[in-house]
Design a protein around this ligand. Structure first.
Ligand code: SAM
Ligand code: DTB
Ligand code: SF4
Length: 330
């Protein structure tokens, strides 16, 4: 009997075998799954905005926004409503369908800043954009409030394996992270959860991260794969640049394990040629961040991405596509 392809019972051994297969074979398999479960040639275009930058109390070794590292990122208080809506409109006019607001917070607190974020979510939602937030840890009640305000997805990355996590962050645990993901799910929000490669982790750590994501009761709706942006002043400054083959391996494995997820080629694109990005799309990536900045670091500019889309024959995916498909009655 044919094995089902949407599975939550992957074994670590199976994930390892897929991840370690010869890279051409892996790309072919990722591309095959992509063609079967996704509209090839369609790429989800998302834009990030850091609504609260820097001054974060956490010690994530990769992060330029941690207050304890001297990275030259200025700390700002929460942006105002009008400015955020203006940026969201710019993103929409630039062809983006998902707008993700990030805050350099350890966790959400029930204060006036949260009320302001709730208003921002309402405002961005009313523009017809899929709204996403990444605000740190969240209670179930807070997740529900965001959902009621019109939030579509919540980004909360596991970043790496459970074992390697303690080498990267000491101010919170992997279980804290998992708890927030559960709260997000309970509120009926889409989960966006992925990781970073290039932090000194082993292949085993990468495999374990993918295994953890793919064996959740429900696969994340989107899986960002970030290449470390090694920022000066962070403990990970000077790390060697991630090779395209490592990105391809992560992306193709994610596509094979979680065929229906949006696999996002996230941080690191600024350092990649069109050819390298094309390989990632072929392997199964179907989402990117556009706009000249990620949260604090540079991203390819609008014209470069436009040129790449034209060259590769890619077109932007429409917003709320899954829901539209679910609502179609034949
Ligand atoms: N403070 C919230 C949190 O940590 O969940 C939200 C913002 S945080 C900057 C969002 C994600 O960005 C992190 O989980 C991490 O995966 C990613 N990130 C941060 N700095 C990065 C870097 N230098 N390179 C690649 N990804 C990075
Ligand atoms: C994700 O996985 N990558 C984005 C988004 N989710 C929030 C953030 C990347 C941040 C890269 C470093 C910076 O620009 O500060
Ligand atoms: Fe703070 Fe998030 Fe950066 Fe960690 S990744 S230091 S929690 S902003």
């Amino acid at each position: 009997m044919m094995k089902a392809e949407i599975r939550n019972d992957w074994t670590l051994h199976e994930v390892k075998e897929i991840y370690n297969s010869p890279v051409m074979e892996l790309i072919f398999r990722g591309a095959t799954m992509h063609k079967k479960y996704q509209a090839t040639g369609e790429v989800q275009v998302c834009t990030l905005l850091s609504v609260k930058t820097g001054g974060c109390p956490e010690d994530c070794s990769y992060c330029p926004q941690a207050a304890r590292y001297h990275t030259g990122v200025d700390a700002h208080k929460l942006m105002g409503y009008e400015e955020v809506i203006g940026k969201a409109l710019d993103a929409k006019n630039g062809g983006s369908t998902r707008f993700c607001m990030g805050a350099a917070w350890r966790n959400v607190r029930d204060n006036s800043d949260f009320d302001k974020v709730i208003d921002m979510v309402k405002g961005v939602n009313s523009l017809g954009l899929e709204v996403c937030c990444t605000l740190g840890m969240l209670s179930e009640d807070q997740a529900k409030k965001l959902k009621e305000a019109g939030l579509y997805a919540y980004n909360h990355n596991l970043d790496t394996s459970d074992e390697y996590y303690t080498d990267i962050i000491s101010t919170r645990t992997y279980d804290d992270r998992l708890k927030t993901l559960d709260n997000v799910e309970k509120a009926g929000l889409s989960v966006c959860c992925g990781g970073i490669i290039g932090m000194g982790e082993s292949d085993e750590d990468r495999i374990k991260l993918l295994y953890t994501l793919a064996t959740r009761a429900t696969h994340p709706e989107s899986v960002p794969v970030n290449a470390l942006v090694a920022v000066k002043g962070t403990p990970l400054e000077g790390r060697e640049k991630v090779k395209v083959w490592e990105m391809v391996r992560m992306i193709a494995t994610a596509r094979i394990l979680m065929p229906k997820a949006m696999v996002r080629l996230s941080a690191g694109r600024n350092e990649m040629s069109y050819e390298q990005q094309a390989l990632c799309f072929l392997a199964g990536a179907n989402s990117i961040f556009t706009g000249e900045k990620l949260l604090t670091t540079p991203n390819p500019d609008f014209d470069a991405d436009k040129e790449m889309f034209e060259l590769l024959g890619l077109k932007p995916r429409e917003s709320f596509k899954v829901e539209k498909e679910e609502n179609v009655t034949v």
